[in-house]
Design a protein around this ligand. Structure first.
Ligand code: ASP
Ligand code: MG
Length: 408
């Protein structure tokens, strides 16, 4: 039988009891005859705790040292899970990112996996060992420990599944799968049986927070089938896969699959930028050079020769964005700038939008009926997003969920 990669998040391994329960579950999979590779996150809130601790030492910890510190979280859980499996009579072995051959680039705190040397993993699997790999971490060619950004264990798991050509990458979490909206906001939200990579990417980056977006990118690139499911029951969850394989559902004319909101947004506006070729390029190249991800952009013409440019970034990039604007001010011109924290992005997502017009119109209409003002709009083939005031985010999600008839 083939290889199964299973990832258990922090809440699934929060304490000794949880770890024992995970060990039992892993054992069941092994008994079914699969070769099993397990990826775990740090226990419970360990990563937050470690970050906090570093913050008590210094406001600005060196990124290298932060990675050194954070990587210890996952190292605890792999060892404990391996012990729990040993106690149940299985031969298990825990491996750090480095021991598992996960090589990354040098960008500390958000490094990318470059390749995986599967030699050790394959050797262990051949000996019928259950292999437990520390998520979220890797190593550079120069043996420096790196981490993959918050939620990075998902990406570790998917990348391992790709490298080992596993049959499936099961992501165990504390919810039953991917929902049409956050069930805490929308009580009649429905669990989706399947969702395409592209839709999941949109939802993941929109704050649905079930999977780290990068993990979905990797899955899409390598065709890894992801199964998001609960670690607390045996129900089947949501399968994330290529649209092609979802044809049956598509024929049922599912236009919109889900609604999401994201509060991790800051809106910047730079006023009175001279309207000459090259200004936008200078500004956004400077932002890109500092690794700041810009999401929405609007350029609005005020007078013949002057523009305002608004754009959004995530909250943790706010301070860096201010610095970049200050740095580029002399090059691009512009009178001054402002930023707003109190905004949210709400989005409707659906692969069926490509062939069904009117989704955007219906979204705007729904927001208007609820007296919610739209500050910015962006669209893609499978998504329409609006920036609105943060206090209306929940109301907007609930209204859109019902307008698109997504509930039970
Ligand atoms: N422990 C890391 C975090 O809390 C990685 C993960 O959970 O996936 O972000
Ligand atoms: Mg997670």
């Amino acid at each position: 039988m083939g290889i199964v990669v299973q990832k258990f998040g922090g809440s699934s391994v929060a304490d000794a009891e949880c770890i024992k329960r995970v060990a039992k579950r892993v054992g069941e999979t092994f008994e079914e005859g699969h070769k099993v590779v397990i990826v775990v996150s740090a226990m419970g809130e360990t990563t937050d705790y470690l970050l906090d601790l570093a913050g008590k030492i210094t406001d600005n910890p060196p990124k290298r040292e932060l990675d050194m510190l954070l990587a210890t979280g996952e190292q605890q859980s792999i060892a404990l899970l391996s012990m729990a499996l040993d106690k149940l009579g299985y031969s298990a072995v825990s491996l750090t990112g480095q021991q598992a051959g996960i090589f990354t680039d040098h960008v500390h705190a958000k490094s990318k996996i470059l390749w995986i040397n599967c030699e050790r993993l394959e050797e262990e699997l051949t000996q019928n060992h259950i292999v437990i790999v520390a998520g979220f971490q890797g190593v550079t060619e120069r043996n420096e420990i790196t981490t993959l950004g918050r939620g990075g264990s998902d990406t570790s798991a998917v990348a391992l599944a790709a490298a080992l050509k596993a049959d499936v990458c099961e992501i165990f979490t504390d919810v039953d799968g991917v929902y049409t909206a956050d069930p805490r906001i929308v009580p009649d939200a429905r669990k989706l049986e399947t969702i395409s990579y592209d839709e999941m990417l949109e939802l993941a980056s929109l704050g649905a927070l079930v999977l780290q977006p990068r993990s979905v990118e990797v899955a899409k690139q390598f065709g890894v089938k992801i199964h998001v499911r609960s670690s607390f029951n045996h129900n089947s969850g949501t399968i994330v896969q290529e649209v092609r394989e979802m044809k049956q559902q598509m024929e049922k004319e599912i236009v919109v699959s889900g609604v999401a909101s994201d509060l991790n947004v800051v809106k910047f506006t730079i006023f009175d930028i001279p309207d000459v070729p090259g200004t936008a390029s200078k500004l956004f190249s400077a932002l890109a050079d500092d690794m700041i991800n810009v999401d929405m952009i609007i350029q609005s013409q005020q007078r013949d020769d002057i523009n305002d440019i608004s754009f959004t970034v995530t909250r943790d990039d706010r301070e860096k964005t201010k610095e970049v604007i200050a740095k580029t001010k002399d090059i691009i011109g512009g009178r001054n700038y402002s930023y707003e924290n109190n905004v949210a992005k709400v989005s409707v997502v659906g692969a069926g939008m490509i062939t069904n017009p009117g989704v955007a119109a219906k979204m705007f209409e729904t927001l208007a009926e609820n007296d919610i003002n739209i500050e910015m709009i962006s669209t893609s083939e499978i998504k329409v997003s609006c920036i609105i005031k943060a206090e209306y985010a929940q109301k907007a999600v609930a209204a859109l969920h019902s307008a698109f008839e997504l509930g039970e």
